[in-house]
Design a protein around this ligand. Structure first.
Ligand SMILES: [Cu+2]
Length: 121
């Protein structure tokens, strides 16, 4: 009796691991990842073009100090902390041109630290 229970438990654990691994793979394959670095006073990409309705992950790293990343038209923002990777996942649900910018004061050129996100059909 005890060994039957143990055997079933083992099967459940194996199945759970399989599902978890499969889920991670599907997520990694489906979503394009855009890598963006931030430093005084610019992002590595001044323009980003995305497709409407396609989920995307933006990974941000700071090269010098603390920065921000704010894309208000999509309710997206994060701190970009040196030594860490900030991940944002969102799905652009409208077309047009939208500005992203640093919203944490980082020095004399802070106001210039921005870019344009274009979303197409
Ligand atoms: Cu700034």
């Amino acid at each position: 009796m005890h060994s039957v229970l143990l055997s079933r438990l083992r099967t459940v654990v194996v199945l759970a691991c399989f599902v978890a691994v499969t889920t991670v793979k599907v997520m990694a394959v489906d979503e394009p990842v855009i890598h963006l670095t931030a430093k005084k006073f610019e992002y590595s990409l001044r323009t980003i073009t995305l497709k409407k309705g396609v989920p995307v992950v933006i990974e941000l790293t700071a090269l010098d100090r603390l920065h921000g990343f704010n894309l208000p038209d999509f309710g997206v923002r994060t701190d970009v902390v040196p030594g860490k990777v900030a991940r944002i996942r969102f799905t652009p649900d409208k077309t047009g041109e939208f500005v992203y910018f640093c919203d944490l004061f980082c020095g004399e050129g802070h106001e210039l630290m921005s870019g344009v996100l274009t979303v197409k059909d």
